[in-house]
Structure formats: structure tokens, C-alpha cells
Design a protein around this ligand. Structure first.
Ligand code: FNR
Length: 363
């Protein structure tokens, strides 16, 4: 039997052993040369700590709020597609783990359990992630179903006018399973389209609306009362546009390096975005978070909270709901220790001067 994992990275190997190659590659992979995939993780390693000593850290409080919802730690679950390929309980297991850890789960549009099934299975605070289809009516229906079922925000993923080129999926001829939310809404032929390569790419290019633009945020606001977050921001220009169109929050993300290769590591652009936003809306962050130290670094550079993508899936693949709980708890425990060793009894003690990026000279 494999040894018990003692950190989040060790779940990846367990997941690899558990999953068919096609699915493991789908989860683990990135776009083209996978340069950004490596950079998302590596760039964290170039940030060093400047800890403070002799601060009373006999108690460390990790709790925070996101859009007014109190969570146990600034560690949320990113929207990732098709959890049933990782474990038969799919997104229901993930949502239950989110509830047990008292954190927020963002349910992917492309889930294998429905909006309603996930809502009924647990009392976690849930946001719903949206892709906008050429068939706007389908996207609108899903937004309204999310709202009716108690989801608290819409996360518009805006970095996906077309699918990035994921070569492992092309080689493996990755097949898209039935997407539960779309049952009865989309003719089956679209999902089962095959071009001899990745079905996923063909499916996305057939359905996603590549004409989506800033003006369409008005359309989205007109169909829902829920707060809207935009996911996929990497520049100060887009951060300012997002604030101008009145979103409730933004998520700095390069889609886990699955879209445009050679975008910078997200941690290296976070501060630029935070400055542009100037505190007007919360800035969330994802990409490459594998350690509590990574969470601390993102918070020091101005994130309100971070989202975890692949580690959650690897936990799910290895051990179902329990594995997802372990992944989140490991990150929480490591963050707590990092805070104690940095002289931060609560999150508002974490400042920019607790970290040093590679371009800064020591003072
Ligand atoms: C994703 N991501 C994603 N994002 C989104 O908005 N909708 C989606 O359906 C998916 N699906 C998806 C599947 C898989 C397998 C992965 C790995 C990622 C991107 C995700 O929300 C997040 O941005 C990244 O996963 C964060 O990077 P890490 O934590 O995986 O390094």
C-alpha cells in the first residue's frame, strides 16, 4: 500500500496511480510547451520570506470573509471540470469536503454532477462558474438555475474564447463525458463530435462564444441579481476595465496554464493587478498553489484568498471526499505554521514586507 501522503504534492502521484492515463493527463496537463504550467509553481520558489520574531503567535486565526461569507481560511476550491472522471461521487464529494472544511466551492459549468445535485448534497457556500455559449439561452438558463439553487455568485471565466491547445488530450483522443448541467439543453451530437483528436477541443470550439466582450457584462447583469466575478485577469488594463464595468471581484488566473502558454506565472502579475484595483473590489488568485507558504505569499502580495485547482482533483482521485478534505486541511495547517513562524497571529498581520520578490534588493 502506498504511504500516507504528508503534503499536497504527494497526492499527485497517488492520483496518477489511480487514474486511466487519458484522465490523469487531462487533469495534470497544460497548454503546448507547458512552460507556464511549470512557471506557475516555480515562480513561488523565487519569493522569499522576511519573517518577524517575538510576536505572540500562541493563537493563529486563519479565518476570513469573501463577498461577506465567513470561511475558515483563505483557501477556496477552484472550478474544475468533470470530477466524475476522478471519482464516482464527482462534484458531490468535492462539495461535501468544502462544507466539512468550511470553505467555498466554485462549481464548474462543465461538471458531471448537476447544479441541483450539488446544492442538495451539502451546505457549503457555493459559487457557480459560467462559460458563455453561442447559445446564450443555455448559459442564461444555467445562471438562473444556480441562482434558484442558492449559489451565491457567478464566476465568469473570461480567458476561454477558444480552448488552449492541450497536446496530451489531442494524443489521447480525450473524450468528453456527458455534462450533467447540459442534459436536455444541447443536442447530443455536439458533445459527441469527434475530429480524430481531442473531443474536448472540438466540443469547446463548437459551443463557446468567441465573440464575448466587455459590453456583454451588461447582459450578464441583466439576467441575474448575483454578484459577478471575472476569472482570468492577468494585466492592470483588464483589472481596471473589470472594476469599471462593475464586477464584485476579480480572479487573477491563467486557467492553470491550460490556455495561452507563455503567459506569466500568476503570482508574478498579482501585485500589478492588486495595485490597479486599489482595494475597490476583492482580488482572488489561483495557479500553482501547492503549499501553505504559497498561500501566504499570495496574501502578502494582496490576494484576499486563493483557489486550488489540481490538488483538489488529485485528492479526489486518490481518496474521494476524504482526500479533498486532507488536501485543504494540509494547506490550512501549513499556512497556520507559516503565519506563526512569520509573526502573524491573524491574516491582517500579513503585509507586503513579509515577502521579497526576486527583483527587490534586500534592505
Ligand atoms: C480547470 N480550470 C477551469 N476553470 C474554469 O473556469 N472552468 C473549468 O471548467 C475549469 N476546468 C479545469 C479543469 C482542470 C482539469 C484544471 C486543472 C483546471 C482552471 C481552474 O479553475 C484554475 O484556474 C486552475 O486549476 C488553478 O491552477 P492550479 O491550482 O491547478 O495550479
Amino acid at each position: 500500500m502506498a504511504a500516507e501522503p504528508i503534503n499536497v504534492n504527494e497526492f499527485q502521484e497517488l492520483a496518477r496511480q489511480e487514474l486511466p492515463k487519458m484522465f490523469y493527463d487531462f487533469y495534470a496537463g497544460g497548454a503546448e510547451d507547458q512552460h507556464t504550467l511549470k512557471e506557475n509553481v516555480e515562480a513561488f520558489r523565487r519569493i522569499m520570506f522576511q519573517p518577524r520574531i517575538l510576536v505572540d503567535v500562541s493563537r493563529v486565526d486563519l479565518s476570513t470573509t469573501v463577498l461577506g461569507y465567513k470561511i475558515s481560511a483563505p483557501i477556496m476550491i477552484a472550478p474544475t471540470a468533470m470530477h466524475k472522471l476522478a471519482h464516482p461521487h464527482g462534484e458531490i464529494a468535492t462539495a461535501r469536503a468544502a462544507a466539512a472544511c468550511n470553505t467555498i466551492m466554485i462549481l464548474s459549468f462543465s461538471s458531471t454532477c448537476s447544479i441541483e445535485e450539488v446544492a442538495a448534497s451539502c451546505n457549503a457556500v457555493r459559487f457557480f462558474q459560467l462559460y458563455v455559449y453561442k447559445r446564450r439561452d443555455i448559459s442564461a438558463t444555467l445562471v438562473q438555475r444556480a441562482e434558484r439553487n442558492g449559489y451565491k455568485a457567478i464566476v465568469l471565466t473570461a480567458d476561454c474564447p477558444r480552448l488552449g491547445r492541450r497536446e496530451a488530450d489531442i494524443k489521447n483522443k480525450m473524450i468528453v463525458p456527458p455534462l450533467k448541467n447540459l442534459e436536455g439543453l444541447l443536442p447530443n451530437k455536439v458533445i459527441s463530435v469527434s475530429d480524430g483528436g481531442s473531443n474536448l477541443e472540438a466540443y469547446a470550439n463548437e459551443t463557446f462564444d468567441a465573440s464575448l466582450c466587455w459590453e456583454d457584462i451588461g447582459w450578464l447583469k441583466s439576467i441575474t441579481n448575483l454578484p459577478i466575478l471575472i476569472k482570468g485577469i492577468l494585466t492592470r488594463e483588464d483589472a481596471m476595465k473589470a472594476v469599471d464595468v462593475g464586477v464584485a471581484g476579480i480572479i487573477v488566473s491563467n486557467h492553470g496554464a491550460r490556455q495561452l502558454d507563455y503567459t506569466p506565472a500568476t503570482i508574478s502579475v498579482l501585485e500589478e493587478v492588486v495595485h490597479a484595483v486599489g482595494g475597490r473590489v476583492p482580488v482572488l488568485f489561483d495557479g500553482g498553489v501547492r503549499r501553505g507558504t504559497d498561500v501566504f505569499k499570495a496574501l502578502a502580495l494582496g490576494a484576499q484568498a486563493i483557489l486550488v485547482g489540481r490538488p483538489v482533483i488529485f485528492g479526489l482521485a486518490a481518496k474521494g471526499e476524504h482526500g479533498v478534505r486532507q488536501v485543504i486541511e494540509m494547506l490550512k495547517n501549513e499556512l497556520e505554521l507559516t503565519m506563526a513562524l512569520s509573526g502573524c497571529p491573524s491574516l491582517n498581520y500579513i503585509t507586503r514586507s513579509h515577502v521579497k520578490t526576486e527583483h527587490e534588493t534586500p534592505h
